[in-house]
Design a binder for this molecule. Structure first.
Ligand code: 6GU
Length: 479
């Protein structure tokens, strides 16, 4: 990822980003960072870049011309680097207390960009006309006023860069985002055991990992409740609701509880009568109405601006109000399979199973027809698809869908009836277990072969039937 920072103080940026983890990633070429001096682009013979604001008022304003020319030079450079492929317009982030407050979700969004330009203001601001022309995002780092945008730009670079693959080592990696991420970290202790007469908590020296996990969670909950009641409230709501779902029907609602567990869900509504969960990663709405009387109200919780999308309707009575509100393009009736046992499944050593990269796109597309090319492409580049190889040849594959279910299982004709599907699924289940997930999948009603496989591997299949509904204004995805 490449950062370009437009500033009047390039040394400040260079010094701020040259060290530690970000410095290491820059040295290794995983990141690049260029601090570009706006002053180098002024056409003023005294190298002046500011002037008095029209209408009066305190301080000086950065003028449009040098800012614009500086941006143009960077944009030109990016275009040249990209060559013919004319990518999307590079985002230009203006650091200003008048922006949206920066947060982790925003960092994740920006981390997907290949290039990003930051514009650091100074003095009392920048002439609005140039901002209108070049800025795509206005961002603040909090409710306080700083003298310039350099420190905020460094804050953002740091938060974004650590999300870029390869910047953190395995050891430094934050690991999978979980349900518990709304909680503050628990306290930590290192040697010596006793310091200033204080002992490190005994439980941490016990070697009992289950007990240690429980203790840490307790500490996190306690701290969060004390220090960040706003976060705690969110956490407690999620936890309570998740427990309720699991108690009601662990299999049927596994998609919802896992979406929360894996930290990709936002509860838009969670009450006694049902709930609506938005999977922000997959952009899927998951609806549960615990009674027929609640169905209409639950559908009403889908935000008004939504005119298309994918929906999982967990009860049949959700269909009539959904059909009243949307023109449903496609319905897929499913049964839920969950692997409740928690223990890894045995694997044969003979079959080679490994992650498929994007070079397998056409091989996968030749056999998988339930998703679009873009979808399969995205799954492959996320590293979510695994292939089984027989004598070096791809014999079949299986993957994890964006919302987290296992699926995309295909074994090629000539390799069938050899137990390859069971091996692939065992592999995927074990992989999910090792991440602390509850493995589950959607079985399309009537798919007897899949049902047989699920039961053979010890998955529980729900008798309840739920509906995947697709509402599309342009047609069915994948067709
Ligand atoms: Cl982005 N700029 C300035 N000058 N002050 C700030 C800020 C940005 N974010 C918080 N305070």
């Amino acid at each position: 990822m490449n950062f370009y920072i437009m500033t009047l103080f390039p040394e400040m940026i260079e010094q701020g980003a040259g060290n530690s983890i970000i410095g290491r990633a820059l040295a290794r070429g995983i990141l690049s960072l260029e601090a570009v001096n706006i002053r180098d682009y002024t056409k003023d013979k005294h190298r002046k870049v500011d002037d008095y604001p029209y209408g009066g008022g305190a301080g000086m304003l950065m003028q449009a011309q040098p800012v614009y020319d500086c941006w143009q030079a960077i944009a030109e450079k990016i275009k040249e680097k990209r060559g013919k492929e004319d990518g999307p317009e590079t985002r230009v982030v203006y650091l200003t207390p008048q922006g949206k407050t920066f947060h982790q979700e925003m960092a994740k969004e920006f981390a997907k960009e290949e290039d990003i330009i930051f514009l650091c203001g100074h003095y009392e601001g920048i002439d609005e006309r140039v901002l209108e022309e070049i800025v795509t995002d206005r961002v603040s780092i909090g409710d306080y006023v700083l003298t310039g945008g350099e420190l905020p730009a460094l804050v953002m670079v740091d938060a974004i860069a650590r999300l870029v693959p390869g910047v953190l080592s395995n050891e430094e990696s934050a690991g999978e985002e979980t349900f518990y991420n709304d909680l503050l970290e628990y306290p930590q202790y290192s040697r010596p055991e006793q310091w200033h007469g204080k002992n490190a908590p005994e439980i941490l020296l016990s070697g009992n990992h289950k007990k240690i996990r429980e203790w840490r969670l307790e500490q996190s909950e306690y701290r969060t409740k004390q220090i960040r009641p706003d976060l705690y409230e969110k956490y407690a709501l999620r936890k309570k609701w998740m427990e309720k779902l699991i108690k009601k029907n662990k299999a049927l609602y596994a998609d919802m509880s896992e979406c929360l567990n894996r930290g990709q869900g936002e509860l838009l509504y969670a009450e006694e009568d049902g709930g609506v969960l938005w999977d922000r990663k997959a952009d899927v709405y998951m609806l549960a109405a615990f009674s027929q009387a609640a169905a209409e109200k639950i559908v009403d919780q889908i935000p008004d601006r939504i005119s298309e999308g994918q929906f999982i309707l967990h009860e049949e009575w959700l269909l009539p109000p959904m059909e009243k509100r949307f023109q449903i393009t496609e319905k897929m009736m499913c049964q839920r399979a969950v692997y409740n046992r928690g223990v890894s499944l045995p694997q044969s050593k003979e079959l080679e199973i490994r992650q498929l990269d994007i070079s397998w796109l056409s091989a996968v597309l030749a056999h998988y027809h339930l998703g679009s090319k873009e979808y399969v492409e995205e799954r492959l580049s996320e590293g979510a698809v695994f292939g089984a190889f027989v004598e070096g040849n791809l014999a079949g594959f299986m993957g994890e869908h964006i919302e987290g279910s296992l699926g995309m299982l295909e074994v090629f004709e000539e390799y069938r009836r050899k137990g390859i599907a069971a091996e692939l699924e065992s592999y995927m289940i074990n992989r999910q277990l090792s991440k602390g997930y509850l493995p589950y999948g959607d079985v399309i009603v009537g798919n007897e072969a899949s049902l047989k496989l699920q039961r053979k591997l010890g998955l529980k299949v729900s008798k309840e039937i739920y509906c995947w509904a697709i509402v599309s204004n342009v047609g069915v995805p994948g067709e």
